[in-house]
Ligand binder design. Sequence first.
Ligand code: CUK
Ligand code: CUA
Length: 762
Amino acid sequence: MKSLAVKTLAIAVLLAGVGSEAAWAAESLQDVMKRRGLSQQDLMAAAKTYTPSGKRDEFLAFSSGGQSGQVLVYGIPSMRILKYIAVFTPEPWQGYGYDEESKAVLKGGQIDGKDITWGDSHHPAISETQGQYDGQFLFINDKANPRLAVIDLRDFETKQIVANPIYKSDHGGAAVTSNTEYVLEAAQYATPLENRKFYPLEDFNEKYRGGMTYWKFDRQAGRLVPEQSFSVELPPYGQDVTDAGKGPSDGWSFTNSFCSERYVGGIEQGRPPFEAGCSAKDTDYLHVINWRKAAELVAQGKAKKINGHNMLMMETAVKEGVLFLVPEPKSPHGVDVTPDGKYIIVSGKLDTHVSVFSFDKIQAAIKAGKFESKDPYGIPVIGMQDALHAQVQLGLGPLHTQYDVKQCVAYTSLYVDSQVAKWDYCEGKVLDKIAVHYNIGHLMTMEGDSVNPKGRYLVALNKLSIDRFNPVGPLHPQNHQLIDISNDKMQLLYDMPLPLGEPHYAVAIEAAKLKPGVRYKVGTNSRTDAQHPGRVRAGEERTERKGNKVTVYGTLIRSHITPEIIEAEIGDEVTINLTNLERAEDETHGFTVSTYNVHASVEPGKTVSVKFKADKEGVYPYYCTEFCSALHLEMQGYLLVKPKGWKATKKEIAKAAYTQADYQATLKTIVDTQAVIDSVVAFITSTNYKDFPDVVNMVEDATDQLGKIPDAKSRHEAAAAKQDWEHANLWAEQVYQYQVKAADIGLRAKTYLEQNGAKKLK
Ligand code: CUK
Ligand code: CUA
């Protein structure tokens, strides 16, 4: 077995040097095009999206995961999915909801003291500095259970979930203000403000309310601060999508509404249905809020406390001049501020136009006190014509708008027409249209809602895929379609099925702006960014018992879990803290104890804990759940849950009958393996490997492994001196294990150098 392994290593060393220009190219490009029925247009699309092995994407998209309550990360233009970030919903791979640290994050999202184990995520937003994406944080809302989450883009992990103290559902948000002072969250369906308080639907106009919440963000801490957050009370108009002002309109926010009719349904009682009652009027209201002034008023103590939360009541908001309404065409949906901050583009689902409102005109009307009326709550209403810059007929069911790097150029999704319209909002004219498949909701251009859109690509987030993919049953994947927008005519490039939920919105950022870490500082609780009290270094591992609490301070490093045996008595509460001591990139270990429903993903440097009650007697294997090394399967241990008062017997653990010959054979293997290692080391050190930080890391890691050899070596030699062939052989075996790990990393480094053009040093 062992000599076979050595041979395998040696062959790998030889093979790594062989060139790859074998004669496989029997088919010509024309042959392949013919065989697969590809057109020149297809080839062009392929050339624009194909990303060769090892090459990276220009942009990263963060897409809502819809009903999965997660966030998806994919590359553009390759459309390769890179990660699902666990946010509102337990997610086993990342141990999210199965380890103690992530449970604490999910607990932040409890409502009325209860866990909510799913979320309907809609709108992701990247943190901004002066209106530009800065790539530090990502926010996303949960519409079903009004919550917001904070994801840190240093490690792509969810750090915080907050539940809205006022609403029962939300929709308009997450959106950020220009310097991420606040993260916005608008209510959706109006409900009574006080929690767990019943008012009949007859009291709808008086007791039911919407609102607009401004969550204060502490960038230094990377957390939302509930005590410094506030809401503005709004009428029960069914608030919808929201955007924050920028540039000249910074300090203001804009929120649509879709049921200013205040209709409460009741088809069972013989009344017309919701959809008729909520779309009866020709117009709804755009809410225009001076949030900066509202924040000052709250600071001056002018807010009321409702459910312990600062709420600026409508009466105060109107009196102080922070809240205004503008009529907007029938059942609007998207509201999108232009990159220059001068216009607010609103699309009405039931209107074929997009309405371009002018921030200047709105301000002029407010300054002049020119209002056409007041709504039933006394909120001043600015005349639509006094606020409009233009209306442009685009097509059926316009929903959302994004912007191009080119001045005045916008893209609007047409839900009913299944098209994207490219148009000029300054001149008010249509430039181009393209069909998408099918029924597009949001669309997204690169950094397309920042002050500085990057153009290049557009993604259509289609609601239906119908016939676009191989059928997989009645529930179809969603379809994200990549469109090239760098030329006058839009070109459809690629269809990506998204099989996780219905993503509503996505945002994309230049990949170069993101600087995620590859490892944690050893002993980090990744959910709080603080040092974990359960962390230990190598050699400090221990198990402590206090009363019926058993606490393990363990470590993980290829291919070993310390401790290997955990003893508990039935009824004990067991906490297992694990620190991954690896420094090598991507050397994650997973951890589970069978049948106890715990799981942790422990990336290099991280400390994670799992906790459970040992409520059943028995023997439960625990093991590493990531195939981390050649001896991954051996990365195991036993949890022994003993009956109360169990007395150990004197029996020894069964011995294997190893002989001196076995020991000698192992020593021979060690010598052979060392020759392989030496050849790899000779290769690496003959190159300019120090110019490759990744290789330097690998070399460090391999050196680490080799550094453990002297201790094991002295042990096998000491045992051999006592003719204890079992321990002599097994400790020699351990030396070999360290060698294998070092050789494994060394070979990876060698391959890397060969593929990345390392130079031979003279
Ligand atoms: S919403 Cu779903 S298509 Cu939640 Cu922004 Cu418009
Ligand atoms: Cu660690 Cu498998």
